[in-house]
Design a protein around this ligand. Structure first.
Ligand code: NAI
Ligand code: MG
Length: 482
C-alpha cells in the first residue's frame, strides 16, 4: 500500500496516525495517508512563516516567476502520472484528469507571468507629497480545498499566493488528497524553498478546523460547502483576516426558443455530466422557453442515455461519485425529487453488476420542476439536472435568480438584446452567452455572489486577492527654489 506523508518544511512527515483513501471506482483502499492534526498544522504554519521571513518575501518577482515556471514545466513532465493518480483518486475520466493537469500547469505559468507586471501606483496629491502604493503579500496563507478538482483547485489557489510572495499551508480533502501532496513535492523539486508550500492532509474537523482557527495565518481561502464556508469564516473572523470563499452553486443554462439548439445541447449535457456533476459551476438547472421545451427534453434524454459509465481510468464519459456519503446524498435528493417532479431518465444507481462496488449513479433528468422544489434550489452535486419552463424574458430572469446561489449562468439565444438584458440582470459571478465555462483556464476571474461566496480567483483579480495594499505618503522638503 502506498503511503502518502504530509509535507512540512520541505520534509515528509509520515503518521503516526493515518487514514485510508479510497478509489471511488472500486470502493477499495488506494493509499494510506497521514492524518494531520493540530500539531502538524502548528509546524506547517511555523515553517511557512519562517520561509516567508527568511527568503520568499524578499525574492525578486523575476526569481519567483522562474520557480513557478519550473513548477509548471514539471507538472507537464509528470502529466500522465498526475492524471492517472487524479483519475484513480477522484474517479473522474482520464481525459478530464489530463485536462486538469494541463490547467494546473497553466495556473503556474499564468501567475509566473502576471507577478512580473504587478505594480503599485503613484498618486499625484500635492507637489510636496510623494504618495505611492505597494502591493505586499499577506504573509502565511491557508488553503482548504475540496475533493472534486484537487490538482486544479490546488494550483488555482496556491499559484497566485506564491507568486505574490506568500507562503502556504494547503489542506486537501480527505476523499482525494494525493495529487495535492504530489504538487507539494513537485514544487520542492522545482526549487521552491522548504516551507514555502506545506501540504497537510487530514480530516476537516481536525487539520481543517485547526488551520482555519490558527492565529498564525494571514489569509484564508476555502472551496467547499456553504456550511463549512460559514464555519471557517467565523474562525477567520476571530483573527480578523481576509477570507476568499468559493461555495458552489445551482447554475442555470437558460435556453430561449431562438437559440441554436444543436450547438447548445452537447454543451448543456457536458455541463452537468462533467466530473459526474461534482463541479462547483455545474449546469444543474435547465430553464427552457416553452416552445422548445418538448424538443429539448426529448433530445436531452437521448443524449443522457448514451452516456457511458465506468471506472475513471477506463476513460468513460462519466465516472463514479466521490464517496459512499456523496452517493447517499445524491440518492437522497433524487428520492425527494421524485415527489416534487418527474424523472425522465436515470434516477437510480446503474443496474450493471460490474459497477456495484463503486459509487456510481446514473445521469438523471427531472422535468417540470417547480421553482420552489428542493431539487430546483439546493446543490445536489451529482449528475442530476432539473428542467423548468419559462414563458418570457421576465420569467427567465426570475427563475435564473430564484436560488440562494449565484456562481455561473449561461444564456442561449441569437437575440443580442436578450443576451445583454440577461447578462445584466442575472445575479452570478460569471455569465456565458452561447457557451459554458470557456475552457476553465486561468485567465477569467471567477467567483460567486450570494451564498456562492465572495472574493475572486483566477485572472489578475486572483493575484490581487493575495496581496494587501500599503499606501506610503512622504512629505518632501522642496528646499531652495531654483
Ligand atoms: P466540505 O465543505 O466538508 O469539504 C471541503 C473541504 O473542507 C475539505 O478539505 C474538508 O476536509 C474541509 N473541512 C470540512 N470540515 C471542516 C471544518 N470544520 N473546518 C475546516 N475545514 C473543514 O464538503 P463535503 O462534505 O466534502 O461536500 C458536501 C457538499 O459540499 C457537496 O455535496 C457539495 O454540495 C459541496 N461542495 C462544493 C464544492 C465546490 O467546489 N464549491 C466542493 C466540495 C463540496
Ligand atoms: Mg480517494
Amino acid at each position: 500500500m502506498t503511503r502518502y506523508p504530509a509535507l512540512i518544511d520541505g520534509a515528509e512527515v509520515d503518521g503516526p496516525a493515518t487514514f485510508a483513501d479510497l478509489d471511488p471506482s472500486t470502493g477499495q483502499v488506494l493509499a494510506e495517508v497521514t492524518r494531520g492534526g493540530a500539531a502538524d498544522i502548528d509546524a506547517a504554519v511555523a515553517a511557512a512563516r519562517q520561509a516567508h521571513k527568511r527568503s520568499w518575501r524578499r525574492t525578486r518577482p523575476a526569481d519567483r516567476s522562474r520557480v513557478l515556471r519550473r513548477i509548471s514545466d514539471l507538472i507537464r513532465r509528470d502529466r500522465d502520472q498526475l492524471a492517472e493518480l487524479e483519475s484513480r483518486d477522484t474517479g473522474k475520466p482520464l481525459r478530464q484528469a489530463k485536462a486538469d493537469a494541463d490547467i494546473a500547469a497553466r495556473y503556474f505559468e499564468f501567475y509566473a507571468g502576471a507577478v512580473e507586471v504587478l505594480y503599485g501606483d503613484t498618486i499625484p496629491l500635492d507637489s510636496d507629497l510623494f504618495v505611492y502604493t505597494l502591493r505586499e503579500p499577506h504573509g502565511v496563507t491557508a488553503h482548504i480545498i475540496p475533493w472534486n478538482y484537487p490538482l486544479q483547485i490546488g494550483a488555482r489557489t496556491v499559484a497566485p499566493a506564491l507568486a505574490a510572495g506568500n507562503c502556504c499551508v494547503l489542506k486537501p480533502a480527505e476523499e482525494a488528497p494525493l495529487t495535492a501532496i504530489r504538487l507539494g513535492r513537485i514544487a520542492l523539486e522545482a526549487g521552491l524553498p522548504a516551507g514555502a508550500l506545506n501540504v497537510v492532509p487530514g480530516f476537516g474537523e481536525e487539520a481543517g478546523a485547526a488551520l482555519a482557527a490558527h492565529p498564525g495565518i494571514d489569509h484564508l481561502s476555502f472551496t467547499g460547502s456553504v456550511e463549512v464556508g460559514r464555519l471557517v469564516s467565523k474562525a477567520a473572523a476571530e483573527h480578523v483576516i481576509p477570507v476568499t470563499l468559493e461555495l458552489g452553486g445551482k447554475s442555470p443554462n437558460v435556453i430561449f426558443a431562438d437559440a441554436d439548439l444543436d450547438a447548445a445541447l452537447p454543451v448543456v449535457v457536458n455541463s452537468i455530466i462533467l466530473n459526474a456533476g461534482q463541479t462547483c459551476s455545474a449546469g444543474s438547472r435547465l430553464l427552457v422557453e416553452a416552445p422548445v421545451h418538448q424538443r429539448i427534453v426529448a433530445e436531452l434524454v437521448g443524449r443522457f442515455e448514451k452516456v457511458t459509465l465506468g471506472p475513471g481510468t477506463a476513460d468513460p464519459d462519466m465516472g463514479p461519485l466521490i464517496s459512499a456519503t456523496q452517493l447517499e446524498r445524491v440518492s437522497g435528493y433524487v428520492d425527494l425529487g421524485k415527489s416534487e417532479a418527474r424523472v425522465l431518465t436515470g434516477g437510480a444507481r446503474p443496474a450493471n453488476g460490474g459497477l456495484r462496488e463503486g459509487f456510481f449513479f446514473m445521469p438523471t433528468i427531472f422535468d417540470d420542476v417547480p421553482p420552489t422544489a428542493v431539487i430546483a434550489r439546493e446543490e445536489i452535486f451529482g449528475p442530476v439536472v432539473a428542467v423548468s419552463m419559462f414563458g418570457d424574458l421576465g420569467e427567465a430572469v426570475r427563475l435564473a435568480n430564484g436560488t440562494d446561489f449565484g456562481l455561473v449562468a449561461a444564456v442561449w439565444t441569437r437575440n443580442v438584446n436578450t443576451a445583454h438584458v440577461m447578462a445584466s440582470e442575472i445575479q452570478a459571478g460569471q455569465v456565458f452567452v452561447n457557451t459554458y465555462g470557456a475552457s476553465g483556464g486561468p485567465e477569467l476571474p471567477f467567483g460567486g455572489v450570494k451564498r456562492s461566496g465572495h472574493g475572486r480567483e483566477k485572472g489578475l483579480e486572483g493575484l490581487l486577492e493575495f496581496t494587501r495594499l500599503k499606501t506610503v505618503a512622504m512629505k518632501l522638503d522642496p528646499g531652495a527654489s531654483w
